[in-house]
Ligand binder design. Structure first.
Ligand code: PRP
Length: 184
């Protein structure tokens, strides 16, 4: 789905498909270098991370197994609460593994903060984060993110995995919606 397919719902293209691809190239090169000689387990967080995982992992010049978690934060609408419930857990034993969490976005940081603690407590050798997007001004907790694609303003964004009410995940770029779309 591209900008033309969005019709009037699209307010602005924030990050183009080409910019995403270029940044993922750079992130993958750093991950390749940093994890050279070490095992690496990619952990994606459903559903938003599907596109980042697919495109980032394919850029690595090594084999990297992946596993998936689905979590839900008890919060209303677009707000995280920090209380996280596991909807789908990993199939993989993390003991001694070098884990790289792959995420689409860090907003308040509450989900990732909880996740890093949770995965670390399972005996992982290391737990790091790769996130395509980060909203620095929305941070409620400090999260140490090793690989960040783009810092963006505190705006509601969709596309490339990010949804509004489950819509627009399959947009090829990151964009903003006209406020009318979500009753703003
Ligand atoms: C998004 C995103 C992170 C979380 C970030 O997931 O993928 O997991 O919110 O928010 P936070 O930093 O404020 O905790 P969401 O709950 O929207 O689920 P989804 O990936 O299925 O869309």
């Amino acid at each position: 789905m591209d900008a033309a397919d969005m019709g009037p719902d699209l307010a602005q293209v924030l990050i183009t498909e080409e910019q995403i691809a270029q940044r993922l190239d750079e992130m993958a090169a750093r991950i390749d270098a940093d994890y050279e000689g070490r095992d690496l387990l990619l952990v994606g967080v459903l559903k938003g991370a599907v596109y980042v995982m697919a495109d980032l992992s394919r850029r690595l010049h090594r084999s990297a197994p992946m596993d998936w978690m689905a979590v839900s934060s008890y919060g209303s609408g677009t707000k995280s609460s920090g209380v996280v419930r596991i909807l789908k857990d990993l199939d993989t034993d993390l003991t001694g593994r070098h884990v790289l969490i792959v995420e689409d976005i860090i907003d308040s940081g509450l989900t990732l903060s909880w996740l890093v603690g949770n995965l670390s407590s399972r005996g992982a050798a290391s737990v790091e984060i790769a996130a395509l997007l980060r909203k620095p001004e929305a941070a409620k907790v400090e999260v140490d993110v090793k690989y960040v694609g783009f810092d963006i303003p505190t705006e509601f964004v969709v596309g490339y995995g990010l949804d509004y009410a489950e819509e627009y995940r399959n947009l090829s770029f990151i964009g903003t919606l006209r406020p009318e779309v979500y009753g703003g």
